[in-house]
Write a new protein. Structure first.
Length: 257
């Protein structure tokens, strides 16, 4: 993970450094629903960008026949590996060229990792998911959506710029239709779509994602570090200000049989 100072660290690594473990827009609630509908038991599962391994833990608890994580960040890959242990593998690599064999996975999962890519890279990653999935396999994504679906280009640009300033990552969320198009252009059929509020830094969501003890630890870390506090409050203010145009989205797409 990056060792940059609090002013320049990507938002997800700043939150991770402060003790937050759930780093995705729809929180655990959206992940739990998505995993329940993914058909994990007995399946060969690939997770793109497992990050700190929080979802990897839940995937493994569901009894897949294999688990492979593909994580770009070496330190994060190490943390995921410590969660996965000998029940799977975590490769350090890029999700757009994983090196995994064709048509061998039943399920590919990716959370909070496509939104931060350029449009071209998003398409490369989705094509890679399509390649590694067997016919009939499911691609489950949990990402950030722009709302409403007919949001103007000006507002899209404003929201993207505000996010980039706050989280120091060039986040490029898409509308519901744009996410669906990205998936169908790669050959997928969209099977299910659901939404939850983007409430990553709202107190109620933090408690539900992290539990009371980790929430206390996170809050006390934020209070003690004034630079980090300014960043976290700035991120929350940006999410609140743009709440009418941001949402968490989950899409389960299917590779045709
Ligand atoms: C916001 S975190 C989300 C982590 C985790 N999926 C979660 O929901 O908690 C983004 C993660 O994506 C990883 N990542 C970004 N681009 C990637 C890529 N092209 N291939 C693999 N991992 C990538 C980062 O290293 C980081 O771990």
């Amino acid at each position: 993970m990056s060792d940059r100072d609090a002013d320049h660290l990507p938002g997800h690594w700043l939150l991770a450094r402060l003790g937050k473990r759930v780093l995705r827009p729809g929180g655990r609630e959206m992940t739990t629903r998505m995993l329940a509908n993914a058909g994990l038991s007995g399946s060969q599962v690939v997770e793109f960008a497992p990050g700190l391994g929080r979802t990897a833990r839940e995937i493994i608890a569901a009894g897949p026949s294999s688990y492979t994580g593909v994580e770009a960040d070496e330190d994060a890959a190490g943390l995921s590996r410590s969660v996965v242990g000998d029940r799977g593998q975590v490769i350090i690599g890029q999700a757009d060229h994983t090196g995994l064999p064709d048509a061998t996975a039943d399920v590919v999962i990716g959370e909070a990792m496509l939104s931060m890519q350029t449009d071209a890279r998003k398409a490369d990653i989705v094509n890679e998911a399509f390649r590694v999935l067997r016919p009939g396999g499911r691609y489950c994504v949990h990402e950030l959506a722009l709302t409403p679906d007919n949001v103007s280009d000006d507002v899209k640009t404003e929201v993207r710029q505000a996010l980039a300033r706050a989280i120091k990552v060039n986040a490029r969320p898409l509308t519901h239709t744009e996410w669906s198009t990205l998936l169908t252009e790669a050959g997928f059929e969209v099977a299910e779509v659901s939404f939850l509020p983007m409430a990553l830094l709202e107190p109620k969501r933090i408690i539900s994602d992290e539990g009371p003890l980790r929430t206390l630890k996170f809050v006390s870390n934020v209070i003690r570090d004034s630079d980090a506090r300014a960043r976290v409050l700035g991120m929350r203010q940006t999410f609140r200000k743009n709440r009418d145009n941001l949402s968490a989205i989950c899409v389960i797409a299917r590779k045709p049989s």
